[in-house]
Design a protein around this ligand. Structure first.
Ligand code: NI
Length: 400
């Protein structure tokens, strides 16, 4: 069914200046999760300038765009997603288009995701009469938020209906892969990320008389060490799990025992059964370790994003399209999944589809995501837009 396509890379290159203008505007004005009001206006303005119909929901900063609605029923409808939020990071790139908001930065490349999707939209809109089916654009807020995120409220508002979406596709910039390459993986790609918040309560008092009551500091230290056997002994070693305590706070000076110590940590898993097992084991160990020390614990366990599992058939289709686009050596099958999390997993719980990593690394060491020096080049927009176009084409070739 798909007619002859011009080279997506060539088309994307012709749109580079247009995409870069939008990227720079978005990059100058980063907004935090669920506060993407200006970003929303910018996206709507960009989509309207190329004639794409937009949909918004009251009290929600996401934007939907629909291309080729009259192509519904001809072939599958594919949704392409970009996330919109920046981070509470101070920019240190020295770029001409650096953040104008102190302490806020697009340090995770979501400006690149948005501008790439705009570029893909402009190219698809010009060819809407030749599309094998409709394409939906999902500009999603609050990917960085970590608990409810932005995908879930978008799904609750029906972003995959009207027109009904058959396949979903998304991407994230990745500095460990070279510019011009894209990484994909069938099956487990990114971990489920849950958070836990623990209060350990003992008896406050003089540090010279530790026998007068349970010591919250010692108990907290035992808990930090005592959680690790969950990782090393409770589950199959080839099924990856991380339990990390990232924050520990208690006390004010060297000779005073505090009455309370607070711990915060993260749990990363892939399989739903493992996720349940680790949560149960963590709660049980926390209670037992505290009981042995004579302290009391309260546990606030907050489930975050589920693990991201890509659909094998959809991933195969996109991988073939990427190999045609970039060459076999630059469409990279990733051997291992990532322990990071991404709420694109919520769409993949509802529809088949896949997610890929867009290489933005340079010849020398490239700054990592979430750092103040992360500065992917504008050229990444060419590959970003072309990857979305090739991915949509690959998925639209699949039967519904
Ligand atoms: Ni990100």
């Amino acid at each position: 069914m798909p007619e002859r396509r011009p080279s997506w890379l060539r088309e994307a290159k012709q749109s580079l200046r247009w995409m870069a203008r939008w990227r720079h505007e978005l990059h100058r004005h980063p907004e935090l999760s669920n506060d993407e009001h200006e970003t929303q206006k910018t996206i709507v303005r960009a989509l309207e300038s190329i004639g794409v119909r937009t949909i918004r929901y009251p009290g929600f900063t996401g934007v939907l765009g629909v291309i080729g609605e009259d192509r519904a029923g001809l072939g599958p409808c594919v949704a392409l997603r970009a996330d919109m939020d920046g981070l509470p990071v101070t920019e240190e790139t020295g770029l001409a288009f650096r953040s104008e908001v102190p302490g806020r930065m697009h340090a995770c490349g979501h400006d690149v995701h948005m501008a790439s999707l705009l570029g893909a939209a402009a190219i698809l809109e010009r060819q809407r009469n030749r599309l094998p089916g409709p394409v939906k654009l999902i500009f999603q807020p609050a990917e960085e938020e970590g608990e409810r995120g932005g995908a879930l409220p978008f799904l609750e508002r029906g972003c995959l209906e009207d027109p009904h979406v058959d396949y979903v596709f998304g991407q994230h910039v990745e500095p460990s892969l070279p510019l011009g390459s894209v990484g994909y993986r069938s099956g487990a790609l990114m971990a489920a990320a849950d958070a836990f918040f623990v209060r350990v309560r003992g008896t406050a008092g003089h540090a010279a008389y530790p026998h007068r009551g349970p010591d919250a500091v010692l108990s907290a230290a035992e808990i930090v060490c005592g959680l690790q056997p969950i990782v090393s002994r409770l589950r199959d070693p080839v099924d990856p799990v991380v339990v990390s305590v990232g924050s520990i706070h208690g006390g004010t000076r060297h000779n005073v025992l505090p009455g309370e110590v607070r711990l915060e940590g993260t749990v990363r898993t892939f399989k739903p059964a493992t996720r349940t097992l680790v949560e149960r084991a963590l709660r049980s160990r926390l209670r037992h370790l505290a009981r042995a020390a004579g302290t009391r614990v309260t546990i606030d366990y907050r489930p975050g994003y589920p693990a991201l599992w890509t659909d094998p058939a959809a991933t195969d289709a996109v991988a073939s399209a990427l190999a045609r686009l970039l060459g076999r050596d630059r469409a990279i099958a990733l051997a291992e999944p990532f322990m990071g999390a991404e709420d694109f997993s919520r769409y993949l719980e509802q529809r088949p589809g896949t997610f890929v990593f867009l290489g933005v690394g340079g010849p020398t060491r490239t700054a990592s995501l979430h750092s103040g020096t992360f500065a992917p080049p504008d050229e990444a927009l060419v590959y970003g837009a072309a990857t979305l176009l090739a991915g949509a084409e690959g998925l639209q070739r699949l039967a519904r």
